[in-house]
Ligand binder design. Structure first.
Ligand code: SF4
Length: 342
């Protein structure tokens, strides 16, 4: 049983209903963004810009449980973020299953693109950082990529889910892009925003994935040099097309491929992170370091975690001199110098 996100305000009613009357709970009625928000950190907030998804990836249950994509109006979103900014929020993360198809379902007189939405949110006083998740490579347009270079508060980080480096596997996944199209988007990102951090999601062992298909994923990961990645061994989800596909890959092969992929991702991420050493970066302080209680922890615009010596408070933006880097984290100390270029 699944429960649609547009019905969260009816959760109690749903839990006490029988399976017949539960049917209506999958219909979309409202956004969780309209409900009173509880935030883990006072200075960060998540803002849902759309629900549902018009894609039909063969391994995903979302289209069946969340329905077609429905966008909130730009006016609603801007006023919500204005309220959050007045409440002390400095960083917002915009949420949607496919954020860069935002607005296509809105009436013509209220329709704006995702790039235009980013510009309107960037203009809100007090918002220092904007993040979003997730874009779909099919809809990743040049205007959004350029916005990362042009809008001061849009972070220099793009999470661009790959899933597979083999066009044949991508086709069976129904991802609607090819390896070439994906690499073309990556080239565009590097051209417009050279310092942009790039992260991804990759699934290994999708049904029918051959050794050659996997080698293509490995070579793409090596070529792109991601700053980080979430890697998964394919696990069939009941109710999806992929669960019924022939040629399921044996578990031990999936694990062996996953280990090889993680080695490439970590090696490349470690190399990429060295570009930060010796630089002074702006860091949003999140609290105490998890590994060393005498240090603080925060994040750069590239979404890199930094453990550093300093005296700042959570929610403050400070300059940190970076002295070390691993594939996962940076280390450094708070700069005593005035604002420097990041
Ligand atoms: S785009 Fe994302 S949410 Fe939509 S079907 Fe594909 S995996 Fe699922």
């Amino acid at each position: 049983m699944a429960f649609g996100p547009g019905q969260v305000h009816k959760l109690a009613e749903f839990l006490t209903s029988d399976s017949l009357t539960a049917q209506g709970f999958f219909e979309f009625e409202g956004f969780t963004g309209d409900l009173p928000a509880k935030r883990t950190r006072e200075f960060q907030a998540w803002v849902q810009i759309s629900v549902g998804c018009n894609m039909s990836c063969s391994y995903c249950i979302v289209p069946a449980t969340r329905g077609r994509e429905v966008s909130r109006t730009p006016r609603d979103l801007v006023s919500e973020v204005e309220r959050l900014a007045l409440d002390g929020v400095v960083e917002v993360t915009l949420l949607g299953q496919n954020v860069n198809s935002y607005g296509r379902d809105l009436p013509r007189d209220r329709r704006i693109t995702f790039a235009e939405l980013l510009a309107r949110i960037d203009a809100i006083e007090g918002i220092e950082r904007i993040r979003y998740t997730s874009p779909h490579p099919k809809d990743m347009r040049e205007d959004v990529i350029r916005a990362h270079a042009e809008l001061p508060s849009l972070c220099r980080h793009i999470h661009l889910p790959l899933q597979s480096g083999s066009s044949a596997v991508l086709k069976r996944m129904r991802r609607t892009y090819t390896r070439e199209r994906y690499l073309d988007r990556v080239a565009m990102i590097h051209e417009h925003v050279p310092d942009c951090a790039l992260t991804t999601d990759i699934i290994v062992g999708f049904p029918g994935e051959t050794d050659e298909d996997f080698e293509q994923t490995l070579s793409l990961a090596d070529e792109v040099r991601y700053d980080g990645a979430f890697t998964f061994a394919f696990s069939p989800r009941r109710g999806t097309e992929a669960a019924t596909l022939p040629d399921q890959v044996p578990h031990e092969i999936k694990i062996a491929r996953l280990e090889r992929l993680i080695e490439v991702i970590q090696r490349r991420a470690h190399e990429r992170a060295q570009r930060f050493v010796g630089r002074t970066l702006e860091v949003l302080v999140e609290g105490q370091s998890r590994t060393d209680p005498t240090c603080l922890r925060g994040r750069t615009t590239h979404n890199k975690v930094v453990n550093f010596e300093g005296l700042a408070s959570p929610g403050e933006l400070v300059r940190v001199e970076i002295t070390g880097a691993t594939s996962q984290t940076l280390t450094g100390h708070e700069s005593i110098l005035a604002r420097a270029a990041s």
